[in-house]
Design a protein around this ligand. Structure first.
Ligand code: CA
Length: 239
């Protein structure tokens, strides 16, 4: 079912189609406001700020394309998603409409089910766009390894690996400086946190754990005898 605050504006001059669309959207729980002309539709869109506009292309007076252009061109209404409703043979208008910012289109005759599905898909997409953008700051990518520090996520070749916070920090520290050798005490200093004590001896244990979790990729963490550890700089062809 639709969320209670989702209002859809339908602009369509053909009464039968206007009623068909309105009926099917209302049945899904959407609040529907319908208008017959481009001028009325434009005015309603500006006033109501609907969640979505279903906009017929061929309208008396101001065409759907013109309405779309005005709405998308105005910062106050530019983010309102628009689905164009077109008749056969209006491909050129559809292309123009999509280029000026329409989000999707349906071609008459359409099944109400498809129309509702398209409307929901566009609304979902919009909702996703409005979520706070994921930060990729500090994202680390080397060989097939990718690490997202903000979320403590690790993946190799797209397969997610579960590491503890300290394992994550050790791997991150080494992988950030491939080819460099770090002593255990340097690693301790780099990854020490308040909640989890890290000692030089525990680094060895953690590295064993990391290697195990990384499988073959674990070979990238080299033991430098008598010194400490190093993340291989060169991509290993066997891995
Ligand atoms: Ca029409």
């Amino acid at each position: 079912m639709a969320k209670s605050n989702e209002k859809i504006l339908v602009v369509e001059d053909e009464e039968d189609i206007r009623e068909l669309i309105s009926y099917n959207l209302q049945r899904e729980g959407f609040e529907v406001v319908a208008h017959e002309t481009g001028e009325e539709g434009l005015k309603a869109a500006i006033e109501l700020k609907p969640s979505l506009v279903l906009l017929d292309i061929m309208l008396p007076g101001l065409s759907g394309i013109e309405v779309c252009k005005k709405l998308k061109g105005d910062p106050k209404t530019g983010s309102i998603p628009i689905i164009l409703v077109s008749a056969k043979g209006e491909e050129t208008d559809i292309v123009v409409g999509l280029e000026i910012g329409a989000d999707d289109y349906v071609t008459k005759p359409f099944s109400p089910k498809i129309l509702v599905a398209r409307a929901k898909a566009v609304l979902r997409r919009k909702e996703k766009e409005n979520e706070p953008a994921e930060t990729t700051d500090g994202m680390l990518e080397i060989h097939k390894l990718s690490m997202h520090p903000g979320r403590f996520e690790v993946s190799i070749d797209g397969n997610s690996i579960q590491l503890t916070v300290s394992e994550f920090k050790i791997l991150q520290y080494l992988a950030k400086h491939p080819g460099w050798v770090f002593t255990r005490s340097q690693i301790v200093d780099a990854v020490r946190g308040d909640d989890y004590p890290v000692t030089e001896r525990s680094i060895d244990v953690q590295v064993v754990g990391i290697r195990k979790k990384l499988g073959e990729f674990g070979n990238y963490i080299e033991t430098v005898r008598g010194v400490g550890y190093r993340f291989k700089e060169k991509e290993d062809e066997q891995i």
